[in-house]
Design a protein around this ligand. Structure first.
Ligand code: OSB
Ligand code: MG
Length: 334
């Protein structure tokens, strides 16, 4: 089988720049690709790299697309190098939407798989950093969200710890009857060992409202994170340490049995991720990288197939971070 291969780069501005301990991100650049088989059946895919998390850069992805022939075969689709995990995901998921007959053109499953992004209680809503988190949390709660994620390591730690206490207090005051509420903290690898202990100490005191602390330390400090997870009762989730399948396998080998944050869009081949998570019974949190609906549908398809350990809400409560009316299909009509 041969497929016509076409691609369209896109870019979108965040309503408010995304601030993490890596810095500020104000433009989301990605690539939408389309495969068409010999019968005219189409499948869309998205390449949405995040180089500061450890995937290829947008430019590398664009180079890859420009070097692919205009007509490709499964050999091209399954031989994308491991150094281009977002490209692996985009092209293989486009191919899956063509070859899996139960899927529509946009990749949306025909069968009634629940769509977590239309059910806020199945999603984690992303809060802005700093004090703004408190108001944002109230707004998202009204919209039905019960799981929230807050970026930390963005402002000085004493201030942030104080805001955490206010945030927890405000949650407990407003929604005391609701014990399903949980808060995820994401340090994006920006803490020191001492700071991470400080955070975990406060989290342990706050109790089970804190679902986990995500990636407290840089990627090269795996052993320290493992130690922290033994010392404190608040669970630790790895994110930057497990971006690609290769990294997931490595930390699993080293004995990580905590939470894995999986961002399918930059993790690599969907079929291989599926196989790994199923065979090892991984405790996964599936999470967005601010991709468009094309990448999101592919990522959520993977998440819904993997009935993972705790069925944790997915990190796809991020739509409020854009306010454009971006229409991916418009890219093909100019
Ligand atoms: O995971 C979520 O709930 C929201 C998405 C998110 O935080 C994120 C989005 C893009 C890039 C990195 C990250 C991150 O988890 O660090
Ligand atoms: Mg993270």
């Amino acid at each position: 089988m041969e497929y016509k291969f076409e691609f369209r780069p896109y870019q979108r501005q965040f309503r408010v720049p995304v601030k993490t301990s890596h810095g500020t991100w104000d433009l989301r650049k990605g690539i939408i690709l389309r495969l068409t088989d010999e019968k005219g059946k189409e499948g869309f895919g998205e390449i949405a790299p995040v180089s500061w998390l450890g995937s290829e850069t947008f430019e590398q992805a664009l180079d890859f697309c420009q070097q692919l022939p205009k007509v490709i075969t499964p050999t091209n689709i399954f031989s994308v190098p491991d150094e281009l995990p977002a490209c692996q995901f985009g092209i293989e998921s486009a191919w899956e939407t063509i070859t899996t007959h139960a899927l529509t053109l946009s990749g949306m499953p025909l069968e009634d798989l629940p769509d977590p992004t239309s059910e806020p209680e199945m999603c984690s809503g992303l809060l802005p950093p700093g004090q703004a988190a408190i108001l944002a949390c109230k707004i998202l709660w009204k919209k039905g969200y019960r799981t929230f994620k807050w970026k930390i390591g963005v402002i000085p730690i004493q201030l942030e710890l104080r805001i955490l206490e206010q945030l927890v207090q405000s949650i407990l005051e407003d929604f005391s009857a609701d014990d399903s509420i949980s808060l995820r903290l994401d340090a994006n690898g920006g803490l020191t060992d001492v700071e991470a202990s400080q955070w975990l100490h406060v989290c342990d005191r706050a109790g089970k409202i804190i679902e986990f602390l995500e990636q407290p330390l840089p990627v090269d400090q795996f052993d320290q994170m493992k130690k922290l997870s033994d010392r404190f009762s608040t669970p630790i989730a790895l994110d930057e340490s497990v971006v690609t399948l290769k990294q997931m396998k490595e930390v699993y080998q080293k004995g990580w049995n905590g939470i894995f944050v999986i961002k399918p869009s930059i993790a690599g081949s969907p079929s291989q991720i599926r196989q790994f998570c199923k065979s090892k019974n991984i405790d996964a949190v599936f999470s967005s990288v601010f991709e468009t609906e094309i990448g999101r549908e592919a990522a959520l398809r993977l998440a819904s197939e993997l009935n993972t350990k705790h069925n944790r809400p997915v990190g796809f409560g991020v739509n409020h971070w854009f306010d454009d009316n971006f229409d991916v299909h418009q890219l093909w009509h100019d």
